[in-house]
Design a protein around this ligand. Structure first.
Ligand SMILES: *[C@@H]1O[C@H](CO)[C@@H](O)[C@H](O)[C@H]1NC(C)=O
Ligand SMILES: *[C@@H]1O[C@H](CO)[C@@H](O)[C@H](O)[C@H]1NC(C)=O
Length: 187
């Protein structure tokens, strides 16, 4: 009787620990007045990752530039959203990494570990980055649907949108140890 009880306890503890490890340990903090929280994740030098609601459009992954009070997102065109902005933060930012993806010929497995950054028309949106016009641009990724709709959305000089099929996806490695070296191959 006692033995059975002991075994049950061990299994429960193990299950709890595993469940804890499986969670992507990041969170979205309120962003206001241009203040970058200490635990915010800097996606590329000088660019943080935001999330903003666009009326009747969806909850959009966005770029936040320090000292500004807006998040830059794409919904058909380039949008500067000034209210109800969140900023991506984590206790261990070294667990984030960017991984190259090509949406012309990707498969389900390429999306493993991806960070969900919002949703639009009942579709989850992921977070991507690519160099465009000589600058890193962070924005929403549509991962599903027809091949001609998938990819990273960036803005052009004219404020229009452009869909890129070659980009880097933001991922989070739950199992990375604290001494995990941040992957700089895409920098
Ligand atoms: C992405 O895939 C397409 C189609 O296979 C290919 O033409 C293109 O060169 C690929 N891009 C990269 C960066 O490999
Ligand atoms: C996650 O981190 C662990 C520990 O550093 C490493 O062994 C593993 O390959 C990483 N996984 C991915 C998908 O990068």
């Amino acid at each position: 009787m006692f033995k059975t009880f002991l075994v049950v306890c061990v299994i429960s503890a193990d299950t709890i620990l595993n469940t804890g490890n499986a969670v992507q340990d990041f969170y979205w903090r309120d962003y206001a007045h241009g203040i970058i929280p200490d635990d915010a994740f800097e996606g590329k030098p000088g660019i943080y990752i935001g999330q903003a609601y666009f009326k009747n459009g969806g909850l959009l992954p966005a770029a936040i530039y320090p000292y500004t009070n807006a998040a830059v997102a794409i919904y058909d065109t380039r949008r500067e959203i000034k209210e109800h902005i969140k900023i991506l933060c984590s206790r261990d930012r070294r667990k984030f990494y960017w991984e190259a993806i090509n949406f012309t010929n990707n498969n389900e497995g390429d999306l493993a570990n991806a960070v969900v950054g919002g949703f639009q028309h009942e579709q989850n949106l992921l977070i991507g980055v690519a160099k465009h016009d000589g600058k890193w641009k962070i924005g929403k990724v549509k991962p599903d649907g027809k091949t001609d709709a998938k990819g990273l959305f960036v803005w052009t000089e004219e404020g229009k949108h452009l869909r890129l099929v070659d980009c880097f996806l933001l991922k989070y490695n739950q199992t990375a140890s604290v001494d995990y070296i941040f992957d700089v191959r895409s920098s």
